[in-house]
Ligand binder design. Structure first.
Ligand SMILES: [Zn+2]
Ligand SMILES: [Zn+2]
Length: 141
């Protein structure tokens, strides 16, 4: 089913703090496993599959990146600026995440330039073979 929640720039989107049921498919969503979106003043929960583009909200690398980048702040480079800079690297990257053979998920990691699994460290790599025009996909472990 398509996303039933209309998004705008004002839409408040957060990782779900409380378990709930996905509004789109009815699956149980554990705490922090999906997103919560405010619609008509009420919080609705969506599973990761139906969350749509969240700009890295569920990407574990983003929090790690925020933490590391905060070590470089000072002077002109404020904490808020650091957060904004890091966040911008995760814009429209949810679609790049993919299931990992280990059972976890590979998430876009800007410092690697590819999706990487947080659990096993596997990196997804792909390129188009010039001779055949075929997409060649590899999992680097
Ligand atoms: Zn769902
Ligand atoms: Zn993995």
């Amino acid at each position: 089913m398509a996303h039933t929640i209309q998004r705008s720039a004002q839409t408040v989107l957060i990782v779900n703090k409380y378990p709930g049921t996905c509004k789109d498919c009815g699956t149980d969503v554990a705490r922090r496993a999906g997103i919560a979106v405010k619609e008509d003043g009420r919080w609705q929960v969506l599973c990761a599959e139906h969350a749509g583009e969240t700009h890295g909200l569920l990407n574990p690398w983003r929090d790690d990146h925020h933490f590391k980048d905060s070590g470089y702040t000072g002077g002109e480079y404020s904490r808020a600026r650091s957060r904004a800079m890091v966040d911008s690297e995760y814009r429209n990257t949810d679609a790049l995440s993919r299931p990992c053979p280990c059972g976890d998920r590979m998430w876009w990691r800007p410092t690697v330039g590819a999706p990487q699994c947080v659990s096993c460290g596997a990196i997804y790599s792909s390129h188009v073979d010039q001779a055949t025009g075929q997409l060649v996909e590899r999992i680097l472990t």
